[in-house]
Design a protein around this ligand. Structure first.
Ligand code: ZN
Length: 334
């Protein structure tokens, strides 16, 4: 590892853009960000490594696919202990085991997740028969969430319908995952999400896929509902997070690891989220909401996980496809 080096160019630090700044890295940690010192050395754009807030890792090569597209941290719900223990450079923040409708003991489930190496809790809340034989009873949901919070773990919940979202809100989860597609999302629901300071991760690409054969589960208008919901959550002030739901399952639409990140970001921008807020949703907001304090920003003391991008993704979101270089812990990934 190069002990100390500097990069001078346009920088997005996770909050705002500096047209010309110098970032200094020492021993894998960012030590300074200084604005406007000298002429920019390159036309590249430096920003925190992307955080895919929701993916299913089933094969080691998926980790390379993520890093190649600028993802330096993945919040995963499926990785095996073997893959996690391989020591890949990417940061894997995992739920490891997730609760479906068969969970009988809330506190016990949280203990089991922690023992299995889990960093957060993923809950599956859906109103049967959609995707689940039965739903987790409200008292067990509340027990899971309360225990997780006592142990310092965040809770993310699959909830792809308004009634399921309401259950997740009532239980006090931290992040609502997916988007309601059968109906419009009511303002009153979003207001509760805002009042409880929760976040929203739409996985809009996956929702779109569910309106297309062979997994068509919703009418075309479902995507309109989803896109409008994204805009409503954003406009009312709820943090909108970027997560792709990348997976290679046979039972749901396959979403490719890595390349889907740019597509998700483009689609969120198309739904009406300003580009800079899409960048935040893929970096600092994901880090904040999951409690990953050492990453997600270009700031002194943070881990030197960053990407160099050709173009200006803060102006044209599709430029996020042009990843030139990826650094994890201050080391360039070849
Ligand atoms: Zn998923």
């Amino acid at each position: 590892m190069k002990e100390k080096f500097t990069v001078n160019c346009a920088v997005f630090d996770g909050e705002k853009v500096y047209e010309n700044a110098t970032v200094t890295v020492e021993n894998g940690i960012i030590v300074s960000l200084e604005e406007g010192c000298g002429k920019a050395e390159s036309d590249l754009f430096l920003m925190p490594g992307l955080i895919d807030g929701h993916a299913h890792i089933s094969q080691p090569q998926q980790l390379d696919m993520l890093v190649n597209r600028g993802v330096t941290t993945v919040c995963d719900v499926s990785v095996s202990k073997e893959i996690r223990d391989m020591g890949h450079k990417i940061n894997i923040h995992t739920s490891h085991i997730s609760a479906k409708g068969d969970c009988e003991d809330g506190a016990g489930h949280v203990e089991k997740t922690i023992a299995a190496g889990g960093d957060f809790i993923k809950l599956f809340i859906e109103i049967p028969p959609a995707m689940a034989p039965r739903t987790i009873p409200a008292d067990i949901l509340a027990d899971i969430v309360d225990t997780a919070h006592q142990k310092g773990l965040k809770v993310i919940s699959h909830a792809a319908s308004v009634p399921a979202q309401q259950m997740a809100i009532d239980a006090g989860v931290d992040i609502l995952l997916h988007t309601a597609m059968r109906t419009a999302t009511p303002k009153e629901l979003v207001q509760q999400v805002l009042d409880k300071k929760l976040a929203f991760m739409p996985t809009i690409l996956m929702m779109k896929e569910f309106t297309i054969e062979p997994f068509r589960d919703y009418e075309e208008i479902g995507f309109e509902y989803a896109c409008n919901a994204v805009k409503l959550f954003y406009d009312m002030g709820v943090p909108v997070l970027v997560g792709t739901d990348a997976n290679d399952s046979k039972f749901v639409p396959a979403i490719e690891h890595g390349s889907s990140m740019a597509v998700e970001m483009e689609m969120l921008a198309d739904c009406g989220i300003p580009v800079l807020d899409v960048l935040k949703g893929a970096t600092s907001l994901n880090a904040d909401v999951f409690g990953m304090d050492s990453i997600g920003r270009i700031a002194p003391g943070k881990k030197a996980d960053f990407i160099l991008v050709k173009g200006r993704p803060d102006k044209n979101i599709s430029d996020i496809r042009n990843i030139e270089k990826v650094f994890i812990g201050g080391e360039a990934v070849e």
